[in-house]
Ligand binder design. Structure first.
Ligand SMILES: *[C@@H]1O[C@H](CO)[C@@H](O)[C@H](O)[C@H]1NC(C)=O
Ligand SMILES: *[C@@H]1O[C@H](CO)[C@@H](O)[C@H](O)[C@H]1NC(C)=O
Ligand SMILES: *[C@@H]1O[C@H](CO)[C@@H](O)[C@H](O)[C@H]1NC(C)=O
Ligand SMILES: *[C@@H]1O[C@H](CO)[C@@H](O)[C@H](O)[C@H]1NC(C)=O
Ligand SMILES: *[C@@H]1O[C@H](CO)[C@@H](O)[C@H](O)[C@H]1NC(C)=O
Ligand SMILES: *[C@@H]1O[C@H](CO)[C@@H](O)[C@H](O)[C@H]1NC(C)=O
Ligand SMILES: *[C@@H]1O[C@H](CO)[C@@H](O)[C@H](O)[C@H]1NC(C)=O
Length: 402
């Protein structure tokens, strides 16, 4: 017999999606690269021109940036399916990358299989060129790429680092922590890939890099300056914020003067925060030399009945992507999606939406939490609720390592 969780129960379980496993991120990293390359952003072109003028001190690399490798215009790269590809994937392995935090080291945490690494994102209307670390580094020469957001963004950051680090010799790369920032430097390229912890984008009491808990949230919906001064000067910015809002349908927040704390509807609060962010973007981003991305929400996969009617599990032990192209789980809020569309649509600055929600929805097998076999067994012995939370493994480790 199967029952769907009651609304109250689900509210408690609203907890967390999940850092996507690196595989999802591969797709997105490629998309960022490709977007950098496309004519619209003119990014690479500019870079190539600036390189012309600096020829004397540039080492030539065996790269081929031909136009045929640029994604055809008009192709929605976010619409497609995951294709089995054990010939060219994975692009890196967990073991080969020393920069992953424990939370996302799936094998080390006890995941027995590795098939989740062998899926390639295949857009319906075009082909994505294979990821090329040297090209990405060339595109980043002299630049700062910064990921801003919650632990999902940290996963993006780490994956990006893992994707490029193997082509950089030892001694020419480093990872530095200046909380709440992490900075990976590729010395020979004078390039950095950075991460900035800001789970709500705007200011909140959860902004400490490690000492924070989703159980206690207070967001300053109209304040972003403390964070944004760290974002200034980054050449490429990738923003994301979602999970931390979704712990409860209401959230404590302040807006304007006087500083009264009020409970806000999350949809309303999210919009106000995003507008604060958007205001900063329009005032401080120089579209001539800066490029901004906004990444849509990552899904949860907390209830297996969503893809396997009649079951009553979570995504633990899932090993294959969903192939039903219309699948959409309850963890991805359409309200929030609409808010994102709306706020981005009103921006004067060109911000590219990385709409990864659908392609991530398919990857019920991709959650880092589904890999925590041993932890899960330990937790099963405790309350059911806690083990149910596993798909949002963050809730277990939030204070201290998220
Ligand atoms: C670059 O790629 C194009 C198209 O794939 C190919 O025709 C050309 O020969 C390549 N050039 C070099 C130098 O590899
Ligand atoms: C790749 O996948 C195919 C189909 O599942 C399988 O027959 C083949 O053995 C796999 N190759 C490797 C190298 O794992
Ligand atoms: C974490 O933050 C809370 C409140 O912000 C504070 O009371 C506590 O002492 C901090 N803990 C550590 C270990 O810094
Ligand atoms: C808001 O804060 C008050 C006072 O600390 C607390 O009782 C209430 O549960 C909080 N509301 C939410 C939605 O967290
Ligand atoms: C929050 O606002 C949305 C959109 O206005 C509405 O659909 C939803 O019911 C509200 N939720 C709560 C808890 O008030
Ligand atoms: C996980 O799945 C595998 C194969 O699909 C199965 O053999 C195993 O018993 C499952 N483990 C658990 C704990 O459900
Ligand atoms: C993102 O893509 C989904 C379907 O894949 C779509 O429903 C949604 O509206 C898109 N979001 C935006 C903001 O365009």
């Amino acid at each position: 017999m199967t029952t769907q969780p009651s609304p109250e129960y689900r509210r408690i379980q609203f907890l967390f999606p999940v850092a996507l496993a690196s595989l999802l991120i591969l797709g997105t990293a490629r998309i960022i690269l490709d977007n950098l390359k496309n004519n619209q952003s003119n990014f690479l072109r500019e870079y190539l021109q600036s390189r012309e003028s600096e020829k004397h001190r540039v080492v030539r690399l065996p790269i081929n940036i031909s136009d045929s490798e640029v994604i055809e215009e008009g192709c929605n790269v976010f619409e497609g399916k995951w294709k089995w590809d054990n010939k060219s994937y994975p692009l890196y392995t967990e073991e080969s990358c020393p920069y992953l935090v424990k939370q996302v080291t799936c094998h080390r945490n006890g995941r027995p299989d590795s098939v989740y690494q062998n899926w390639r994102w295949q857009p319906r209307a075009c082909k994505l060129p294979r990821f090329n670390a040297l090209k990405l580094l060339e595109a980043l020469r002299g630049k700062r790429l910064m990921f801003v957001g919650d632990s999902i963004q940290r996963g993006m950051f780490e994956s990006m680092v893992c994707l490029v680090q193997s082509v950089i010799p030892d001694g020419k790369k480093s990872l530095k922590r200046i909380p709440p920032r992490k900075i990976f430097t590729a010395e020979e390229y004078d390039a950095s890939i950075e991460y900035y912890w800001a789970p709500f984008l705007v200011e909140s009491i959860s902004d400490h890099a490690t000492n924070h808990t989703v159980m206690k949230r207070l967001v300053k919906l109209d304040s972003v300056a403390k964070h944004s001064k760290e974002w200034e000067g980054a050449d490429i910015l990738v923003f994301e914020s979602y999970v931390w809002w979704r712990h409860d349908p209401l959230i404590n927040a302040t807006y304007g003067y006087p500083y009264n704390v009020q409970e806000y509807n999350v949809t309303t609060a999210y919009r106000l925060a995003l507008e604060t962010w958007a205001n900063w973007i329009d005032n401080r981003i120089n579209p001539n030399n800066q490029k901004v991305f906004f990444m849509s929400m990552s899904p949860t996969h907390l209830w297996s009945w969503e893809w396997k009617p009649g079951s009553d599990e979570n995504c633990f032990n899932e090993s294959r992507p969903i192939q039903d192209s219309s699948y959409w789980g309850t963890g991805s809020s359409l309200d929030i999606m609409e808010t994102v569309r709306d706020v981005l649509g009103k921006l004067k600055t060109d911000v590219t939406l990385l709409n990864i929600t659908q392609l991530s929805e398919f990857r019920k097998d991709g959650h880092t939490s589904s890999l925590w076999g041993t932890q899960r067994q330990a937790l099963d012995k405790r309350t059911k609720i806690r083990s149910q939370n596993l798909c949002g493994l963050h809730s277990l480790v939030f204070t201290g390592s998220a």
